[in-house]
Ligand binder design. Structure first.
Ligand code: SAM
Length: 256
């Protein structure tokens, strides 16, 4: 979906004290992230592809005890995210940074010292039309292996999507990349009260709202960074239909 250019977005972002434009994606900001917050001791959570920040704004406002970095490549959607965050938080909060960057190069921007404890990926583009495009997914092993670098040990990825193929193939990606499943569901809105550590509170994003109105169940999971077999490079692994089926069977997904 093409987003119309918003003339006001860039000037508003440029004047925003909690916005960082790092399109260049060089390594100058690696290891600097915790110190950029008023309370550097707070845990760091990130959101990849936050879009207009509809759910992000509520989450940030509800959790002043967490530092958030929310990232997208599009200044047009980030302009709206900025407005949503300021409006919901009643001003500029001290616990969020909006980052403009291409997540494909996120390993250049974050390093192990940044130690994120959680990453949210909500409704990333499914890239299902052509198998060659799968590597553009924000859950592809190319991405998961980058996130591993700056996720703390035991850190988690929280993933939601409407798309069955993306969800199933992502289950395989998480498995290949040494993430264990903490929890998962094929229908989040049915199982909302069971999501660990949330007290049943689910922050509904723009796309989640849209797909829910269409009657599409939301697939969701929490995946924890665990050990990865040495010498194995998941980015070079070919996801054949046989491997997909075998993995989903082993993970017990096909019976659910
Ligand atoms: C389908 S939207 C989902 C937005 C929001 N998370 C939601 O649930 O409503 C996907 C978002 O990911 C962003 N995105 C996709 N690939 C990206 C990349 N490589 N780097 C940064 N942002 C990316 C897009 O700009 C878009 O805003």
């Amino acid at each position: 979906m093409h987003m119309r250019t918003k003339k006001w977005a860039r000037p508003e972002l440029a004047a925003c004290p909690f916005y960082i434009n790092h399109e260049g994606a060089d390594e100058s900001l690696r290891g600097t992230w915790k110190a950029r917050f008023a309370h550097s001791e707070r845990p760091l959570h990130m959101e990849m592809g936050c879009g207009k920040g509809v759910s992000t704004a509520k989450m940030v406002a509800d959790h002043p005890e967490i530092n958030y970095i929310v990232c997208d490549m599009s200044p047009d959607v980030l302009g709206t995210a900025r407005r949503n965050i300021e409006e919901t938080c009643g001003g500029a909060p001290d616990n969020v940074l909006i980052l403009r960057a291409d997540i494909c190069f996120i390993h250049r921007i974050f390093g192990p010292e940044d130690a994120a404890e959680r990453i949210y990926i909500h409704f990333c583009n499914p890239w299902t039309e052509h198998p060659k495009h799968a590597k553009r997914r924000l859950t592809h092993p190319r991405q998961l292996m980058q996130y591993r670098e700056f996720l703390s040990d035991g850190g988690e990825i929280w993933f939601k999507t409407d798309d069955d193929t993306l969800f199933e193939e992502s289950l395989v990606y998480f498995d290949l990349c040494g993430f264990e499943t903490v929890w998962r569901t094929g229908d989040l809105h049915r199982d909302m009260t069971a999501v660990p550590g949330t007290g049943g509170r689910n922050y509904v994003s723009e796309h989640e709202q849209k797909f829910t109105e269409l009657g599409i169940p939301i697939k969701a999971g929490i995946f924890r960074k665990a050990a990865l077999a040495e010498g194995f490079d998941p980015t070079r692994y070919r996801l054949t239909p046989g491997v997909k089926r075998e993995t989903l069977e082993r993970l017990g997904w096909l019976e659910t």
